[in-house]
Design a protein around this ligand. Sequence first.
Ligand code: SF4
Length: 359
Amino acid sequence: MTDTAHRLAAIRGDRPARRHNARTIAALTGNPGCTRRAVLDSAGVDKPELAERIGFPTRFGQSRFAITRGNAFEAQVKADGGAELLRLVAERLGVPVPAAASWTDLGADEDRPERSRAALTADGDEAALFDHPLLGLDVAGRRVHLEPDLVAARLGGRFHVVEIKSFPVIDGQADPAKVAAAAIQSAVYVLALRELFTAAGRDPELVSPQVVLVCPRDFTNQPTASLLDVRRQLLVLRRQLDRMARIDDLLAGVPADFTADPEAEPATLRAALSTVPARYAPDCLATCELAYFCRHEARGQTAVLGRPVREALGGIAEVDEVLALAAGDRTPDPEQAEAAALLRAAARLRADALAGHPA
Ligand code: SF4
């Protein structure tokens, strides 16, 4: 084991590193500037267990009902060797619907990694659909195997990731948060497919950044397809994975005795965590298991209110400072002068409004 590997093992309490999956890799991009998260994820710390231990448990995941409904929709879309899926994907990509396409299920094979590699990177440009391929990515020096339910579609000689999701598209609109989550998760698969192509000596650009998202339409079970361009998500993901690959740089700013061992005393763990810089934002609630701890720690700071509010407040870090500037109880620094004038005007307008409309 290298010194770095020893140190990461010590951080997680000499337990096996927690395995990543596509969801957790996608979540890495949720707050790429947060050192605390990058260190914990690089060390493979069991963050749900850690959050529970320090008294700030959080819950992620779908309900059993949503999982069952999602599985039923996926089976319906993939039925008949993917005939309906092929039509949807081809029409959405604007290419002629092929008369036929091969369907290869790579999920139930003993030699799955090798078979996935051989099937996906073989020469040929006839239409083909590949279900349940086994993909891989390096995360902080460890190989992570991804077992997506997705289909990789080869049409017109290019591969497209096809994600089947059970959230509805109503009047052409889907929940933006769910679409954003699907886009970043699809980007994980695009990146893994591209790395597979590169390793096989093939052009990674054969894997398109245009992902096809298939969802139920309106309040029916009829599938509809839309295109997601995940180029921006690929950049963010690549940057964060590169940052985690340079784990020594991250560890340089972390105290030598830092521990996140869930066996340690909660007070010790809370004190240790507060020595590693975090960048709490409301988005953390959807993407990181430590969100409730970090939100509690950041109370009183404008970051808790979200980046737009913080920016609207002129980047002033503390809520108390904002209130003091608004009330005129504090002399602003020169760089705060503009924000302070706006805050005082807002406070006056609020006072006038309240005076004009007594409760
Ligand atoms: S919840 Fe905390 S550790 Fe996780 S990303 Fe947000 S600030 Fe970082």
